[in-house]
Design a protein around this ligand. Structure first.
Ligand SMILES: [Zn+2]
Length: 290
C-alpha cells in the first residue's frame, strides 16, 4: 500500500515537470488526468485501509472483552458448581443422620432383623465403595421412604386423647390391692372419646370379657397386635382392614374398670411390650420430620 502511494507521488513529481513543459499538448492533459486518477485511487485505498485497521482493532477489542466475559462466566459456573456440591453434601449429611436415627428408632422397637434385610438391598450405602453424592442422596431417600412405609405398619403413638394413669409393669391391682402385672397402659379420657388404630392392620377379634369389657384386637405386620379394652362401643367388624388413625370404637367404662379409660396393649408374637416405647418412638419420628 505504502509503495503504491510512493509510486503515485513520484509519478506526480515526474509529471509536474512534464506539466511545466507540455501543458498545452494533449499528452500533458492525459498525463494529468492519469495522475489525478491515481491520486484518487491512492486516497481511496488509504482510507479503506485505515477503516479496515480501525475495524480490526475494534474486533480485537471485542474478542478480548468476550474472552474476559467467558472467563468470568467460567468462574461463576465453577462457583455455582461448588455451591451445588456443598448443598448436596449438606443434604446427604443430614439425610445420613436421619437414616441412622430412624434405624436407631426401628431397632429400639425390636425390628433390627428387618432393618438388616433392608440394608442388604442397599449394600453400597453402608461404607462400601465410594458413592457419588448424587447417587448416595437417591439411595438414602429411597431408604427413608422404605423405613417410613415400614413404620406405618408398626403401632406407634397414642390411640386416643387423654393422660396415662397407669403404666406397663408390676403395680398394685386397683381391685384386689395385690401386686399384679399390668400388660398395657391405661389412658384416662372423656367418655366417648374416639379410639383409633395405631397402625394399618386387620381386625382380629371384637368381643367382650369380664376383664377387658368390650374390646377390639387388631393384627398388624411383623407379628404385632394391639388390644383396646373397656370400650363403650366398637365400630369395626372381624376381618375388616383398618388404616392407621381410623376410628375403631369409643372410650368407655366396660369390664373391670374403675372409671372411663382405655386399656391399650401391644403384643408381638404373643408377648406383651411396653406401649410407652411406641408412643415415644412416634414423637421421635415426628421430630425427625421437621
Ligand atoms: Zn389397663
Amino acid at each position: 500500500m505504502k509503495s503504491l502511494i510512493l509510486k503515485a507521488l513520484s509519478d506526480i513529481l515526474v509529471h509536474m515537470r512534464i506539466f511545466g513543459k507540455r501543458l498545452s499538448t494533449p499528452t500533458g492533459f492525459w498525463s494529468i488526468a492519469v495522475i489525478a486518477l491515481l491520486v484518487v485511487i491512492a486516497l481511496y485505498l488509504f482510507l479503506e485501509n485505515w477503516q479496515l485497521r480501525a475495524e480490526i482493532a475494534d474486533l480485537k477489542r471485542q474478542i478480548v472483552s468476550l474472552e474476559l466475559r467467558e472467563k468470568e462466566l467460567e468462574t461463576q459456573v465453577d462457583q455455582l458448581q461448588k455451591e451445588r456440591e456443598e448443598l448436596l453434601q449438606n443434604a446427604v449429611g443430614s439425610l445420613r443422620q436421619r437414616t441412622t436415627y430412624m434405624e436407631k428408632i426401628i431397632s429400639q422397637l425390636g425390628l433390627s432383623r428387618y432393618l438388616r434385610q433392608k440394608k442388604k438391598r442397599f449394600p453400597k450405602a453402608m461404607g462400601g465403595p465410594y458413592l457419588p453424592p448424587q447417587k448416595e442422596y437417591e439411595v438414602l431417600l429411597e431408604r427413608i421412604e422404605e423405613y417410613l412405609s415400614m413404620v406405618q405398619k408398626v403401632p406407634l403413638g397414642k390411640p386416643c386423647r387423654g393422660y396415662i394413669s397407669s403404666y406397663y409393669g408390676y403395680r398394685r391391682d386397683p381391685f384386689s390391692g395385690r401386686r399384679a402385672f399390668h400388660s398395657g397402659i391405661d389412658i384416662v379420657g372423656r367418655y366417648g372419646t374416639p379410639v383409633r388404630s395405631t397402625a394399618d392392620g386387620v381386625v382380629y377379634r371384637v368381643g367382650y370379657t369380664r376383664g377387658l369389657g368390650r374390646y377390639v384386637k387388631i393384627k398388624h405386620a411383623h407379628g404385632f397386635m394391639t388390644i383396646y379394652g373397656h370400650l363403650r362401643k366398637t365400630v369395626v367388624k372381624r376381618g375388616e382392614r383398618v388404616k392407621k388413625g381410623e376410628i375403631i370404637g369409643y372410650l368407655g367404662n366396660t369390664g373391670r374398670s374403675t372409671g372411663p379409660h382405655l386399656h391399650y396393649e401391644i403384643r408381638r408374637w404373643g408377648r406383651s411390650l411396653n406401649p410407652l416405647r411406641f408412643i415415644r418412638a412416634e414423637r421421635k419420628l415426628a421430630r425427625l420430620a421437621k
